[in-house]
Ligand binder design. Structure first.
Ligand code: ARG
Length: 465
């Protein structure tokens, strides 16, 4: 069997168990197009360096284009025992281009090659994830606009705290996803460095020009240090972190939908198309997407933690351990994209139970702070005001008297203060910038909309690139 190192090893075939354990073709075939792009730039570099004559360079480029077509039409064949996508592409180019093909790997190692491929891949994929995040943000925005002045209880410690607009609550998730988009773009910037030309670890004696190949591949710049270029997988770790945190955000959103769709909350009815039934209990409708968003975030966190553990003990420069970067990265990307799309659909089709939300928010105790602040406005120090209202709440609970009666009877409060307990009043009084009431939320919706439009433009639209 032909290996890339048969000159050194002679006729000895690799052991079955070695192949079985080390082969990466099953998953790194996903890098085929990036590997071809990297190879095309490398061939241009070899021609530029005068190592390959123009005519041979042309033959190699044509062969690479041919392999590209084969990849796109699913016609590229793998031979038994082939180790990775780099070997497959090189073998195929050599089949097609003969002697010219044998020059393809001059001045290059799979070490700089795989790092180049993966950076090209990551740059594109992180963009795509960002687009999918923005799609979900647009669903949140649409539902926030449509929610108008509907309100529900805001919670702390999962206890009803103060009423907030539904739109405010939805956009709270929207802003966490806005940070995710920033993080993806930030990680992408650091991935945007070409390792091509670093060779196995030390650069080359051939007159290659890493600046030129970096430019040909659309990278912002080339590596500064060849050892770092082939060792660095920070861009994978950063991508995994950005994805894991998106996973955590989807999980928190999912958890709320699980709660809200329970009979106990009853704030939302999930669409049938985005729910599952029970195999035994005919009455059940289950929020499986939301639960899986919660559950799968554990896997994303594991992929980040696992890969950090892979990296932590590695000496410079390339070590085969680094091959462990791909599976977690690919899986994290796939799962994140699926989660974003499923949650987008779930949110877009859910029906809010606004009456139920309102009813849950309209408990007089949720207005307690308004009573205290009313006293503050009238000159009472806040600690005193807090104690007065706290005393009334305790009294109301212990003696089972309505709070408004006690408020009315209190000398410092009285009839005017009772109006604060009117249903729907508390949320209107949240007027400070960024607050939960209609006035600041209208402004918030505008700035969120502006941000989304700007980001959408920066991403070159939201359709698949
Ligand atoms: N499959 C390897 C990886 O993904 C690239 C090949 C480098 N292998 C080597 N023996 N130098 O990292």
């Amino acid at each position: 069997m032909a290996t890339l190192w048969q000159g050194r090893f002679g006729e000895t075939d690799p052991a079955e168990a070695l192949l079985d354990y080390t082969v990466s073709l099953g998953y790194d075939k996903r890098l085929a197009l990036d590997d071809i792009a990297g190879s095309k730039a490398h061939v241009a570099g070899l021609v530029g360096a005068g190592i390959v004559v123009e005519s041979e360079g042309g033959i190699m480029q044509a062969a690479l284009d041919h392999v590209r077509e084969e990849v796109l039409t699913a016609k590229l064949e793998f031979h038994p025992g082939e180790e990775d996508i780099h070997s497959v592409v090189e073998r195929r180019v050599t089949e097609l281009a003969g002697r010219a093909g044998a020059q393809l790997h001059a001045g290059r190692s799979r070490n700089d090659q795989v790092a180049t491929d993966l950076r090209l891949f990551v740059k594109r994929e992180l963009r795509q994830v960002a687009r999918n995040v923005v799609r979900l943000q647009k669903v949140l925005l649409g539902r926030a606009i449509e929610a108008g002045d509907a309100y529900l209880p805001g919670y702390t410690h999962l206890q009803r705290a103060q009423p907030v607009l539904l739109s405010h609550h939805l956009l709270a998730h929207g802003w966490s996803f806005a940070r995710d988009v920033e993080r993806l773009e930030d990680a992408r910037r650091r991935a945007d460095v070409s390792p091509l030309g670093a060779g196995a670890l030390a650069g080359s004696s051939l007159a290659l020009d890493p600046d030129r190949t970096a430019a040909l591949l659309g990278f912002a710049r080339r590596f500064d240090n060849s050892l770092d270029a082939v060792s660095d997988r920070d861009f994978v770790a950063e991508s995994l972190f950005a994805l894991a945190l998106i996973g955590v955000h989807l999980s928190r959103l999912g958890e709320e939908l699980v709660l809200w769709s329970s009979e106990e909350f009853g704030f939302v009815t999930l669409a049938d198309a985005y729910s599952t039934g029970s195999s035994m209990l005919p009455q059940k409708k289950n929020p499986d997407i939301a639960e899986l968003a919660r559950g799968r975030s554990g896997r994303l966190i594991g992929e980040l933690a696992g890969f950090m553990a892979t990296l932590k003990g590695l000496p410079l420069s390339y070590n085969r351990d680094l091959q462990e970067d791909k599976e977690p990265l690919f899986d994290a990307l796939d799962q994140t994209n699926r989660g974003l799309s499923a949650l987008s659909g779930l949110l877009a089709t859910a029906t809010w139970n606004l009456a139920r939300m309102r009813q849950a928010a309209d408990t007089p105790f949720a207005c307690a702070v308004d009573l205290a602040e009313w006293l503050v406005a009238a000159g009472t120090p806040f600690r005193e005001a807090h104690a007065i209202v706290g005393g009334l709440v305790r009294d109301a609970m212990q003696r089972h008297v309505p709070l408004d009666e006690l408020v009315e009877a209190h000398p410092a409060l009285g009839g005017d203060a009772v109006s604060l307990l009117e249903p729907g009043t508390a949320v209107l009084r949240r007027t400070t910038p960024g607050g939960a009431g209609p006035v600041p939320v209208r402004a918030q919706i505008e700035s969120f909309k502006e941000l989304i439009n700007k980001v959408e433009l920066e991403l070159g639209g939201l359709s698949q690139a």
